[in-house]
Design a protein around this ligand. Structure first.
Ligand SMILES: Cc1cc2nc3c(=O)[nH]c(=O)nc-3n(C[C@H](O)[C@H](O)[C@H](O)COP(=O)(O)O)c2cc1C
Length: 353
């Protein structure tokens, strides 16, 4: 990516190996590694994370001021997003020759401190992590329809194994299950779009294509041209577009080469963080194999539909966390990221693990 021509809010995507501070102290190494972590996906691109760098470690904090109280009242997706950032950080650490040592929920008195990560011992990167690393700057959510082209079975199996590595499961939805899940997605769309509060919250995070905002989603992510991207937020706020959205998403769900539900046996912050780590492994593995990804989480976000989704996919009593569709498609533009300075807290808060 030619960083000279980049819009400041997209600069983050121009991160390069060549800028690694080879003779830097641990603090500058950790700061550099965060340039990869912030490329993780997050609900509505809220980027709900903060990092404290100090004493040779990074503290990962949930930034609950960036919560989405309507679509995500329990901070479930917020925690998943932080899990995705954590996994990205660890993959980057491995690439640059450190094993990474992680303490999860290290302070029982601070539920916002989700993890602490130190560089750990030196260790040359393995092939597996290297493959994931290559996907970090190439991964973007791609909401377009995908090509009618199968994903190789070996890759699909690999994605399942990637999710399992963090104690989550990835259920590949095939056969009749596909139509049933697509129906639930459509039902979720109708329920969400009929809710003014949901629409208002979504509209607040959808921005015109030429916006200077460093967070939220620019209209091009939804296929809006420049002009339409100006009216998009207004239309979302003012009208119940549920019927049209439901029809579109049903088709996307049914037509995706791979439709998968990622879930866990429990539904608590530790499981959400694990889900985020599993999600990012799946997305990075997919992307490095030229496969794009996107989400259809509506049946999980609407409370009444979540157990029905678990039933339909044969996981009654368990907890679906995300619905992901994967496939080959056209290149899409990245979404903005906040600058590193905006997400790093004072070093003194990092503390010793
Ligand atoms: C936990 C989580 C939930 C998400 N839910 C949705 C969703 O329901 N629909 C959607 O279109 N995108 C969803 N996304 C994608 C985000 O909108 C996207 O990651 C964000 O806008 C940043 O863009 P990027 O993924 O291209 O970097 C979700 C992402 C995460 C991590």
């Amino acid at each position: 990516m030619d960083s000279a021509n980049l819009d400041p809010a997209l600069q983050a995507w121009a991160v390069s190996d060549a800028d690694f501070p080879k003779d830097g102290d641990p603090e500058s190494t950790l700061r550099f590694l965060l340039r990869y972590a912030i490329l993780a996906p997050s609900g509505h691109n809220t980027q709900p994370w903060l990092f404290a760098v100090g004493d040779g470690a990074i503290g990962l904090y949930a930034d609950r001021t960036r919560a989405l109280p309507v679509v995500d009242p329990d901070d479930r997706e917020l925690t998943i997003s932080c899990g995705a950032a954590l996994e990205t950080l660890l993959v980057a650490m491995r690439h640059f020759g450190h094993r990474g040592t992680v303490w999860l929920a290290p302070d029982p008195d601070d539920e916002d401190l989700l993890a602490r990560v130190a560089l750990g011992d030196g260790e040359p990167p393995g092939r597996d992590e290297e493959e994931l690393f290559g996907g970090i700057p190439r991964r973007h959510s791609n909401r377009q329809a995908f090509e009618d082209r199968d994903i190789p079975g070996v890759l699909a199996d690999r994605l399942v194994a990637d999710a399992e590595m963090h104690g989550a499961w990835l259920c590949l939805v095939r056969g009749d299950g596909r139509a049933a899940v697509a129906d639930l997605v459509a039902e979720g769309d109708r329920a969400q779009m009929a809710d003014k509060r949901f629409r208002r919250e979504l509209a607040a995070w959808v921005h015109p294509n030429r916006s200077r905002s460093h967070d939220g989603m620019r209209g091009y992510g939804f296929g809006f041209g420049d002009l339409m991207s100006h009216g998009g937020p207004l239309a979302i706020r003012a009208f119940d577009l549920g019927k049209g959205q439901a029809a579109k998403d049903r088709e996307l769900a049914q037509g995706s080469p791979l439709l998968a539900v990622l879930g866990t046996a429990a539904d608590d912050p530790a499981s959400w963080l694990r889900s985020g780590r599993a999600l990012q492994r799946v997305l990075l593995r997919a992307r490095t194999n030229d496969v794009w990804s996107s989400y259809l989480n509506q049946p999980i976000e609407v409370d009444a539909l979540r157990p029905r989704l678990a039933d339909v996919i044969g996981r009654a009593g368990q907890f679906p966390q995300l619905i992901v569709r994967l496939g080959y498609g056209v290149e899409v533009k990245p979404q903005p990221r906040r600058p590193l300075e905006a997400v790093i807290l004072g070093a003194e808060a990092g503390g010793q693990p």
